[in-house]
Design a protein around this ligand. Sequence first.
Ligand code: HEC
Ligand code: HEC
Length: 252
Amino acid sequence: MTRLLAALFVVLAAPALNAEPISGYEFLDESTRAMQDDEFENPGMVAVDRGRELFNEQREDEIASCATCHGEDGVDLNTEAIAQYPVFNPNIGGLLTLQERINHCYEIKLDRFPLVSGHADLIALETFVRFTARGETVNVQTEGDMAPLIEQGKKLYETRFGQIDMSCSHCHVQHQGQMLRGQKLSQGQANGFPEYRLGKGRITSLHQRLTECFVSFRAEPFEPGSQEYKLIELYVMSRGNGLKIETPAVRF
Ligand code: HEC
Ligand code: HEC
Protein backbone atom coordinates (compact mmCIF):
# COMPACT_ATOMS: atom_id res chain seq x y z
CA MET A 1 0.00 0.00 0.00
CA THR A 2 2.76 2.47 0.90
CA ARG A 3 4.65 1.64 -2.26
CA LEU A 4 1.52 2.07 -4.36
CA LEU A 5 0.78 5.41 -2.75
CA ALA A 6 4.32 6.61 -3.32
CA ALA A 7 3.98 5.62 -6.96
CA LEU A 8 0.66 7.45 -7.25
CA PHE A 9 1.78 10.75 -5.84
CA VAL A 10 4.56 12.60 -7.54
CA VAL A 11 5.19 14.79 -4.54
CA LEU A 12 4.67 13.74 -0.98
CA ALA A 13 5.00 17.02 0.84
CA ALA A 14 3.45 17.84 4.19
CA PRO A 15 -0.32 17.38 3.95
CA ALA A 16 -2.26 20.56 3.21
CA LEU A 17 -5.21 20.43 5.56
CA ASN A 18 -7.22 23.35 4.36
CA ALA A 19 -10.34 24.24 6.32
CA GLU A 20 -11.48 27.00 3.94
CA PRO A 21 -13.39 25.75 0.91
CA ILE A 22 -11.56 26.46 -2.36
CA SER A 23 -13.25 25.99 -5.72
CA GLY A 24 -11.66 23.68 -8.29
CA TYR A 25 -11.52 26.84 -10.43
CA GLU A 26 -8.59 28.08 -8.35
CA PHE A 27 -6.61 24.97 -9.31
CA LEU A 28 -7.06 25.54 -13.07
CA ASP A 29 -4.63 27.12 -15.49
CA GLU A 30 -5.37 30.57 -16.95
CA SER A 31 -6.70 29.39 -20.29
CA THR A 32 -9.21 26.92 -18.78
CA ARG A 33 -10.46 29.62 -16.40
CA ALA A 34 -10.89 32.02 -19.33
CA MET A 35 -12.83 29.33 -21.22
CA GLN A 36 -15.16 28.79 -18.26
CA ASP A 37 -15.73 32.53 -17.80
CA ASP A 38 -16.60 33.21 -21.42
CA GLU A 39 -20.17 32.13 -22.18
CA PHE A 40 -19.39 31.94 -25.89
CA GLU A 41 -16.36 29.72 -25.43
CA ASN A 42 -17.61 27.61 -22.52
CA PRO A 43 -18.52 24.24 -24.12
CA GLY A 44 -20.88 23.51 -21.19
CA MET A 45 -23.24 26.17 -22.54
CA VAL A 46 -24.47 23.65 -25.11
CA ALA A 47 -26.04 21.65 -22.26
CA VAL A 48 -27.45 24.85 -20.75
CA ASP A 49 -29.11 25.71 -24.06
CA ARG A 50 -30.45 22.17 -24.45
CA GLY A 51 -31.80 22.32 -20.89
CA ARG A 52 -33.46 25.68 -21.54
CA GLU A 53 -35.13 24.23 -24.62
CA LEU A 54 -36.47 21.24 -22.66
CA PHE A 55 -37.57 23.58 -19.88
CA ASN A 56 -39.65 25.80 -22.17
CA GLU A 57 -40.91 23.03 -24.42
CA GLN A 58 -44.58 22.14 -24.23
CA ARG A 59 -45.08 18.76 -25.81
CA GLU A 60 -48.03 17.88 -27.97
CA ASP A 61 -50.97 16.61 -25.89
CA GLU A 62 -49.58 18.22 -22.76
CA ILE A 63 -51.11 21.17 -20.97
CA ALA A 64 -47.95 22.52 -19.33
CA SER A 65 -44.18 22.81 -19.47
CA CYS A 66 -41.71 23.59 -16.71
CA ALA A 67 -42.04 27.22 -17.82
CA THR A 68 -45.78 27.24 -17.10
CA CYS A 69 -45.04 27.14 -13.36
CA HIS A 70 -41.49 28.53 -13.22
CA GLY A 71 -41.65 31.22 -15.93
CA GLU A 72 -40.18 31.44 -19.42
CA ASP A 73 -36.47 30.53 -19.16
CA GLY A 74 -37.03 29.82 -15.46
CA VAL A 75 -37.29 33.49 -14.45
CA ASP A 76 -39.47 32.56 -11.48
CA LEU A 77 -37.20 29.81 -10.15
CA ASN A 78 -35.99 30.56 -6.66
CA THR A 79 -32.21 30.70 -7.10
CA GLU A 80 -31.55 30.92 -3.36
CA ALA A 81 -33.56 27.72 -2.90
CA ILE A 82 -31.54 26.06 -5.69
CA ALA A 83 -28.30 26.95 -3.88
CA GLN A 84 -29.55 25.03 -0.83
CA TYR A 85 -29.72 21.64 -2.56
CA PRO A 86 -29.56 18.84 -1.51
CA VAL A 87 -32.42 19.57 0.91
CA PHE A 88 -34.44 17.60 3.43
CA ASN A 89 -38.01 17.27 2.19
CA PRO A 90 -40.13 14.91 4.29
CA ASN A 91 -42.90 14.93 1.65
CA ILE A 92 -40.59 13.75 -1.12
CA GLY A 93 -38.61 10.94 0.47
CA GLY A 94 -36.34 12.88 2.85
CA LEU A 95 -32.93 13.70 1.39
CA LEU A 96 -33.65 15.28 -2.00
CA THR A 97 -31.01 16.23 -4.58
CA LEU A 98 -31.64 18.93 -7.19
CA GLN A 99 -31.74 16.27 -9.89
CA GLU A 100 -34.42 14.40 -7.95
CA ARG A 101 -36.43 17.61 -7.43
CA ILE A 102 -36.38 18.21 -11.18
CA ASN A 103 -37.33 14.61 -11.88
CA HIS A 104 -40.13 14.87 -9.32
CA CYS A 105 -41.59 17.90 -11.13
CA TYR A 106 -41.05 16.09 -14.44
CA GLU A 107 -43.03 13.07 -13.24
CA ILE A 108 -45.63 14.52 -10.88
CA LYS A 109 -46.25 18.02 -12.25
CA LEU A 110 -45.97 17.13 -15.93
CA ASP A 111 -47.24 13.57 -15.64
CA ARG A 112 -44.33 12.15 -17.60
CA PHE A 113 -42.41 8.93 -17.19
CA PRO A 114 -39.47 9.83 -14.87
CA LEU A 115 -35.94 9.89 -16.28
CA VAL A 116 -33.16 7.67 -14.94
CA SER A 117 -30.26 9.34 -13.13
CA GLY A 118 -27.68 10.12 -15.79
CA HIS A 119 -30.20 10.54 -18.64
CA ALA A 120 -28.92 13.26 -20.98
CA ASP A 121 -32.18 15.25 -20.73
CA LEU A 122 -32.10 15.16 -16.93
CA ILE A 123 -28.48 16.33 -16.83
CA ALA A 124 -29.31 19.09 -19.36
CA LEU A 125 -32.27 20.23 -17.25
CA GLU A 126 -30.12 20.18 -14.12
CA THR A 127 -27.35 22.11 -15.90
CA PHE A 128 -29.84 24.75 -17.02
CA VAL A 129 -31.54 25.02 -13.62
CA ARG A 130 -28.26 25.33 -11.73
CA PHE A 131 -26.98 27.80 -14.33
CA THR A 132 -29.90 30.10 -13.44
CA ALA A 133 -28.39 30.16 -9.92
CA ARG A 134 -24.83 30.81 -11.13
CA GLY A 135 -23.07 33.20 -8.73
CA GLU A 136 -25.43 32.30 -5.89
CA THR A 137 -23.69 31.12 -2.70
CA VAL A 138 -23.87 27.40 -1.87
CA ASN A 139 -25.91 27.22 1.31
CA VAL A 140 -26.74 23.65 2.33
CA GLN A 141 -28.62 23.31 5.62
CA THR A 142 -26.50 21.46 8.16
CA GLU A 143 -28.80 21.45 11.20
CA GLY A 144 -31.82 19.43 12.27
CA ASP A 145 -32.72 16.46 10.07
CA MET A 146 -29.66 17.16 7.93
CA ALA A 147 -27.07 16.74 10.70
CA PRO A 148 -27.17 12.92 10.96
CA LEU A 149 -27.25 12.58 7.15
CA ILE A 150 -24.18 14.79 6.78
CA GLU A 151 -22.45 12.60 9.37
CA GLN A 152 -23.27 9.52 7.26
CA GLY A 153 -21.91 11.28 4.16
CA LYS A 154 -18.74 12.25 5.98
CA LYS A 155 -18.28 8.67 7.10
CA LEU A 156 -18.47 7.45 3.50
CA TYR A 157 -16.05 10.22 2.51
CA GLU A 158 -13.55 8.92 5.00
CA THR A 159 -14.09 5.22 4.32
CA ARG A 160 -11.28 3.36 2.60
CA PHE A 161 -12.49 1.48 -0.47
CA GLY A 162 -11.04 -0.96 -2.97
CA GLN A 163 -7.76 -2.67 -3.68
CA ILE A 164 -5.54 0.25 -2.73
CA ASP A 165 -7.54 1.10 0.33
CA MET A 166 -8.09 4.79 -0.29
CA SER A 167 -10.76 7.26 0.75
CA CYS A 168 -11.97 10.48 -0.87
CA SER A 169 -10.29 12.31 1.94
CA HIS A 170 -6.83 10.90 1.06
CA CYS A 171 -6.79 12.67 -2.28
CA HIS A 172 -9.01 15.69 -1.70
CA VAL A 173 -8.03 16.63 1.86
CA GLN A 174 -4.58 15.24 2.68
CA HIS A 175 -3.09 15.56 -0.81
CA GLN A 176 -4.89 18.57 -2.27
CA GLY A 177 -2.59 20.80 -4.28
CA GLN A 178 -0.31 17.90 -5.19
CA MET A 179 0.07 16.38 -8.63
CA LEU A 180 -1.51 13.03 -9.42
CA ARG A 181 -0.96 11.56 -12.89
CA GLY A 182 -0.46 15.01 -14.38
CA GLN A 183 -3.48 16.55 -12.65
CA LYS A 184 -3.42 18.92 -9.71
CA LEU A 185 -5.60 17.53 -6.93
CA SER A 186 -8.27 20.00 -5.83
CA GLN A 187 -10.53 19.79 -2.79
CA GLY A 188 -13.02 17.91 -4.96
CA GLN A 189 -15.69 20.58 -4.57
CA ALA A 190 -19.04 20.24 -6.34
CA ASN A 191 -20.05 23.89 -6.88
CA GLY A 192 -19.55 23.71 -10.66
CA PHE A 193 -21.66 20.64 -11.45
CA PRO A 194 -22.89 19.53 -13.89
CA GLU A 195 -19.60 20.51 -15.48
CA TYR A 196 -17.97 20.23 -18.88
CA ARG A 197 -15.01 17.85 -19.02
CA LEU A 198 -12.43 18.66 -21.64
CA GLY A 199 -10.78 15.24 -21.39
CA LYS A 200 -14.09 13.43 -21.92
CA GLY A 201 -15.62 15.93 -24.29
CA ARG A 202 -18.94 15.94 -22.49
CA ILE A 203 -21.07 17.38 -19.73
CA THR A 204 -20.72 15.31 -16.53
CA SER A 205 -23.02 15.03 -13.53
CA LEU A 206 -21.59 14.88 -10.03
CA HIS A 207 -22.52 11.21 -9.65
CA GLN A 208 -20.74 10.38 -12.93
CA ARG A 209 -17.64 12.17 -11.63
CA LEU A 210 -17.83 10.18 -8.37
CA THR A 211 -17.84 6.97 -10.40
CA GLU A 212 -14.71 8.16 -12.24
CA CYS A 213 -12.99 8.80 -8.92
CA PHE A 214 -13.92 5.35 -7.62
CA VAL A 215 -12.59 3.75 -10.80
CA SER A 216 -9.40 5.83 -10.59
CA PHE A 217 -8.56 4.36 -7.21
CA ARG A 218 -9.67 0.92 -8.35
CA ALA A 219 -12.72 0.61 -6.13
CA GLU A 220 -16.20 -0.65 -6.96
CA PRO A 221 -18.37 2.45 -7.62
CA PHE A 222 -21.92 2.92 -6.31
CA GLU A 223 -24.79 3.54 -8.73
CA PRO A 224 -25.61 7.08 -9.88
CA GLY A 225 -28.69 8.10 -7.90
CA SER A 226 -27.91 5.62 -5.08
CA GLN A 227 -28.36 6.59 -1.44
CA GLU A 228 -24.56 6.37 -0.96
CA TYR A 229 -23.89 8.87 -3.75
CA LYS A 230 -26.66 11.13 -2.43
CA LEU A 231 -25.06 11.12 1.03
CA ILE A 232 -21.63 11.82 -0.46
CA GLU A 233 -23.16 14.61 -2.56
CA LEU A 234 -24.72 16.09 0.57
CA TYR A 235 -21.47 16.01 2.49
CA VAL A 236 -19.43 17.39 -0.42
CA MET A 237 -21.92 20.20 -1.09
CA SER A 238 -22.10 21.15 2.60
CA ARG A 239 -18.30 21.17 2.73
CA GLY A 240 -18.49 23.77 -0.07
CA ASN A 241 -20.89 26.10 1.75
CA GLY A 242 -19.85 29.66 0.93
CA LEU A 243 -18.53 28.91 -2.58
CA LYS A 244 -20.26 30.41 -5.61
CA ILE A 245 -22.20 28.19 -8.00
CA GLU A 246 -20.16 27.99 -11.23
CA THR A 247 -22.32 25.75 -13.40
CA PRO A 248 -21.30 24.90 -16.03
CA ALA A 249 -17.71 24.71 -14.76
CA VAL A 250 -14.99 23.59 -17.17
CA ARG A 251 -12.52 20.98 -15.91
CA PHE A 252 -10.12 18.46 -17.37
C1 HEC B 1 -47.57 22.50 -12.07
C2 HEC B 1 -46.49 23.34 -11.65
C3 HEC B 1 -45.07 22.84 -11.83
C4 HEC B 1 -44.48 22.37 -12.98
C5 HEC B 1 -45.11 22.10 -14.33
C6 HEC B 1 -43.09 22.15 -12.64
N1 HEC B 1 -42.84 22.49 -11.35
FE1 HEC B 1 -41.03 22.63 -10.45
N2 HEC B 1 -41.90 23.14 -8.71
C7 HEC B 1 -43.25 23.31 -8.52
C8 HEC B 1 -43.53 23.52 -7.12
C9 HEC B 1 -44.89 23.72 -6.48
C10 HEC B 1 -42.27 23.52 -6.47
C11 HEC B 1 -41.98 23.68 -4.98
C12 HEC B 1 -41.77 25.12 -4.64
C13 HEC B 1 -41.52 25.26 -3.17
O1 HEC B 1 -41.16 24.28 -2.51
O2 HEC B 1 -41.68 26.39 -2.70
C14 HEC B 1 -41.28 23.32 -7.50
C15 HEC B 1 -39.91 23.32 -7.28
C16 HEC B 1 -38.96 23.22 -8.27
C17 HEC B 1 -37.54 23.43 -8.07
C18 HEC B 1 -36.84 23.82 -6.78
C19 HEC B 1 -36.49 25.29 -6.77
C20 HEC B 1 -37.64 26.19 -6.48
O3 HEC B 1 -37.82 27.20 -7.20
O4 HEC B 1 -38.35 25.92 -5.49
C21 HEC B 1 -36.96 23.20 -9.28
C22 HEC B 1 -35.48 23.30 -9.59
C23 HEC B 1 -38.00 22.84 -10.22
N3 HEC B 1 -39.20 22.87 -9.58
C24 HEC B 1 -37.79 22.51 -11.54
C25 HEC B 1 -38.79 22.13 -12.42
C26 HEC B 1 -38.55 21.62 -13.75
C27 HEC B 1 -37.17 21.44 -14.39
C28 HEC B 1 -39.77 21.36 -14.30
C29 HEC B 1 -40.06 20.73 -15.65
C30 HEC B 1 -39.50 19.39 -15.83
C31 HEC B 1 -40.78 21.73 -13.32
N4 HEC B 1 -40.16 22.16 -12.19
C32 HEC B 1 -42.15 21.67 -13.54
C33 HEC B 1 -44.21 23.29 -9.51
C34 HEC B 1 -44.02 22.90 -10.80
C1 HEC C 1 -6.75 8.67 -6.12
C2 HEC C 1 -7.15 10.02 -5.85
C3 HEC C 1 -8.63 10.34 -5.77
C4 HEC C 1 -9.52 9.81 -4.88
C5 HEC C 1 -9.28 8.78 -3.81
C6 HEC C 1 -10.77 10.50 -5.15
N1 HEC C 1 -10.63 11.39 -6.16
FE1 HEC C 1 -11.94 12.84 -6.71
N2 HEC C 1 -10.66 13.51 -8.11
C7 HEC C 1 -9.40 13.03 -8.33
C8 HEC C 1 -8.78 13.77 -9.41
C9 HEC C 1 -7.39 13.54 -9.99
C10 HEC C 1 -9.72 14.74 -9.82
C11 HEC C 1 -9.54 15.81 -10.90
C12 HEC C 1 -8.66 16.93 -10.35
C13 HEC C 1 -9.26 17.55 -9.13
O1 HEC C 1 -10.18 18.39 -9.23
O2 HEC C 1 -8.86 17.17 -8.00
C14 HEC C 1 -10.89 14.57 -8.97
C15 HEC C 1 -12.01 15.36 -9.04
C16 HEC C 1 -13.09 15.28 -8.16
C17 HEC C 1 -14.23 16.17 -8.18
C18 HEC C 1 -14.47 17.32 -9.14
C19 HEC C 1 -13.85 18.61 -8.62
C20 HEC C 1 -14.09 19.77 -9.53
O3 HEC C 1 -13.77 20.91 -9.15
O4 HEC C 1 -14.61 19.57 -10.61
C21 HEC C 1 -15.05 15.76 -7.15
C22 HEC C 1 -16.39 16.37 -6.77
C23 HEC C 1 -14.43 14.63 -6.53
N3 HEC C 1 -13.25 14.34 -7.17
C24 HEC C 1 -14.96 13.93 -5.46
C25 HEC C 1 -14.41 12.76 -4.93
C26 HEC C 1 -15.06 11.95 -3.92
C27 HEC C 1 -16.39 12.27 -3.27
C28 HEC C 1 -14.23 10.90 -3.68
C29 HEC C 1 -14.49 9.69 -2.82
C30 HEC C 1 -15.58 8.85 -3.28
C31 HEC C 1 -13.05 11.07 -4.50
N4 HEC C 1 -13.21 12.20 -5.28
C32 HEC C 1 -11.93 10.25 -4.47
C33 HEC C 1 -8.77 12.03 -7.63
C34 HEC C 1 -9.33 11.32 -6.59
